[in-house]
Structures are given as C-alpha cells and as structure tokens.
Write a protein that binds this ligand. Structure first.
Ligand code: PMP
Length: 309
C-alpha cells in the first residue's frame, strides 16, 4: 500500500491527501491520457533533501503531454517549484514523487478537446523498488512473451499511463514465473527494456544499450548512466541488441528512477556472466550513482535540487 503523506498539489493548490479525488468518467481513466513522471528525492547528508534531475523530469513531462494534446497550464519553472514545494510541505526527507498531467472529466471520446487539463503532484515515502537485496545481489529476470509496442503504434518515448498496460503484462508475467522483473523484446525481436527500467549490457569491456528506436523510454537514469560511462572513458554503443547477448554477456544491469541501478544476475535461469558476480562496470556505476546521495560522489553535473532554497 502507498504510505500516505499529508497534502497533494492539485491545479495550484495544496489539498489534503484524501480529498485528491477525481470523477469516475475522467478522460485519463477512460483512455489512458495521463502524461506522468516518477521522480525521487533523496535525503543527503550534505545538501539536505534533494530532488534528483528535477528539470529533466519536468521537460520530459511536457514532451509526453504535448504528443497527446494534454495541456499544462503552468511553465516548466512553475512545475519545478510546485514539485519542490510538495516535498517540502509534506516534510518528507526522502520521497517518490508522482506528477500526473491528465485530461480530466468533461467530455467523452478519445479525441475530446473539451476536457480540463489537470495537474497533480504527490510525494510519499518509498523504499527499494526491486527488493532490499537487489542492489547488491542482483535480480532474476526473464524475457517476456509479450512484445513491446512497435514503432508507429504507441510511442514508447512518451511516458503516459496507457503505455503501462505493456509494463503490467510484462511484469505480471515475470512475477507469475517467480522472477523479479521481465524484459520486453521489440517488435523485431531485439532487446527493448524491462517492465519499468532501461537495460545495459557489458560485453568485452564495452557497454551496449538499446537505442530510442528499440521502443524504449528515454530514461533519465539511463542518461545519468551514459554520462557516468562517458566520465569513466568506457566505450558505449547504442545499438539494436540481439536477444542472445542477454545470455552471453559479462554484466547486465537495469536503470530507472524506481529501480535505481540494479544488477541482473540471471535471465531465463541462466546466470549472467557465467556466474561471475564481480561486475566491475556495474559496481563503478553504482558507486557513482549512490555516491551522489551520500555525498561521496561530487555532483559535478549539477543534478541535485535542494527542496529548501
Ligand atoms: N522504461 C520504462 C518503461 C519506465 O517506466 C521507466 C521508469 N520511468 C524507465 C524506463 C526508466 O526511466 P527513468 O530512468 O527516467 O526513471
């Protein structure tokens, strides 16, 4: 269950958590028309509570909303400020933040233009998404029998609620099979992404990750990791990845706001790296990532926004 906080920001006002409700005929509920962001705030020892990559998340929200004609009646700067305020006024030290820009109640039909543009921001406490041990030990994953949406069907690069029907199928199937997460293949059979994470493969000292055209969401954690790998002078290739590389790679890890940087230790019952769990590249990336939040990594890319100005 969600650990409730006190207030939710809705259309410019802070309202009590329990009053943040919507009509049952809300357009987003009928048709999935809700652009959203999942963002984390970390409790850092040196800068207090900080939102990670705030501006990039807000930019992606506007991008996703624009594709579906969902209006946002605020500027990016106003949304950034409202997000910081929501964490601050709920007095949360660390939080998962959910921002929803959606078509509200007012008109029926997929192409409706008369629905209100609603914007809500919730923040609440949340722990490790893939389990407490996952970050250290890695998770067991499987390739899903469900394919990701093909190019020209539903755009995977827009983060909208409707796309998460694909995640639900992939993740639920994985759990039924006793796995922690499922990996979706693109329509062409190449590797796409996890149910809610991007994927990175380490093979012979190089890092491979699927390109945007492999029906992935352009993850902000993915971008963070690409930046780290560049800082580390590791060669990275964004390329279509054949499924068999999942079984024949040296290291495999998943990235996402919820999953953070989580190693995958097996795929379809085969041990990643032939059971070699040393994972030097994954470990260095994890060190840089988690170091941002405990102050052991310099925030040289200016990714932390303190909630208290
Ligand atoms: N792919 C999917 C399908 C996701 O839901 C997420 C999580 N938002 C990601 C990738 C990772 O994106 P980010 O790093 O921006 O959280």
């Amino acid at each position: 269950p969600i650990q409730e906080a006190k207030f939710i920001w809705k259309n410019g006002e802070m309202i009590p958590w329990a009053e943040a409700t919507t009509h049952v005929l809300t357009h987003a509920l009928l048709y999935g028309t809700c652009a959203f962001e999942g963002i984390r705030a970390y409790d850092t020892p040196h800068k207090g509570t900080c939102v990670f990559r705030l501006e990039e998340h807000t930019k992606r929200l506007f991008y996703s909303a624009r594709i579906y004609g969902i209006g946002i009646d605020y500027s990016e700067a106003e949304v950034n400020e409202a997000i910081l305020r929501t964490v601050r006024e709920n007095e949360l030290k660390s939080a998962y933040i959910r921002v929803n820009a959606y078509l509200g109640y007012g008109e029926m039909s997929p192409s409706a233009t008369g629905c209100p543009d609603d914007l809500v921001i919730a923040a609440f406490p949340w722990g490790r998404y893939l389990g407490a041990e996952a970050i250290e030990e890695g998770i067991d994953a499987c390739v899903s029998s469900w394919r990701r949406t093909a190019q020209g069907t539903l755009p995977a690069g827009a983060k909208v609620a409707g796309n998460y029907l694909s995640s639900r199928l992939i993740t639920t199937e994985a759990k039924v099979r006793g796995m922690v997460e499922g990996i979706g293949l693109s329509h062409d059979g190449t590797v796409s992404e996890g149910g809610g994470e991007n994927l990175f493969i380490v093979k012979d000292g190089r890092v491979l990750t699927p390109p945007l055209a492999s029906s992935i969401l352009g993850g902000i954690t993915r971008d963070t990791v690409l930046t780290f790998l560049n800082d580390m002078n590791v060669e990275v290739v964004e390329q279509a990845i054949p499924r068999e590389l999942l079984y024949g790679c040296d290291e495999l890890f998943m990235t996402g706001t919820a999953a953070e940087v989580t190693p995958v230790r097996s795929v379809d019952g085969l041990a990643v790296g032939g059971g070699n769990q040393e994972r030097p590249v994954t470990k260095e990336v994890q060190k840089r990532f988690f170091g941002l939040f405990d102050g052991t990594t310099e925030d040289e890319h200016d990714w932390l926004r303190p909630v208290k100005g």
